[in-house]
Write a protein that binds this ligand. Structure first.
Ligand code: TYC
Length: 115
């Protein structure tokens, strides 16, 4: 195997395909998206099973994961569900709140910048 492979368009972000340093003008603006933490908030009224179903349906958690996230919020007041891009985070929270409102429960979430 060769020590180093070169492929067109696949290079370090600070190098061109020829390996030379890129000036500000040539440097591709490829940056990781800002990420957002979605936090589940406890309340006294939403049934545990309903919380678990929302975590499974909207946030695609397994039953075991959903149960553990729900119980952490139930016991400690809040629990991280996951970290997503802004659009995914806000869309999921909107879907989850919609389901809760439809069912008449005050289930709440927080969305916060991740670090
Ligand atoms: N505390 C609720 C109850 O006892 C269950 C619950 C858990 C609600 C987690 C919200 O984020 C939550 N029925």
């Amino acid at each position: 195997m060769p020590e180093k492979l070169f492929m067109a368009g696949v290079s370090r972000p600070d190098e061109g395909d020829d390996g030379t340093e890129l000036t500000k003008e040539r440097k591709p603006k490829v940056k990781k998206p800002d990420m957002y933490r979605v936090v589940l908030l406890n309340d006294d009224y939403t049934p545990r099973e309903f919380v678990v179903s929302v975590l499974m349906e909207v946030f695609r958690k397994s039953l075991a994961q959903a149960n553990s996230i729900m119980m952490r919020a139930h016991r400690g007041g809040q629990s991280t569900i996951g970290v997503y891009t802004y659009d995914i985070a806000t869309t999921k929270v909107s879907q989850a709140k919609g389901k809760a409102k439809e069912a008449g429960y005050p289930l709440g979430f927080a969305v916060e910048p991740d670090k």
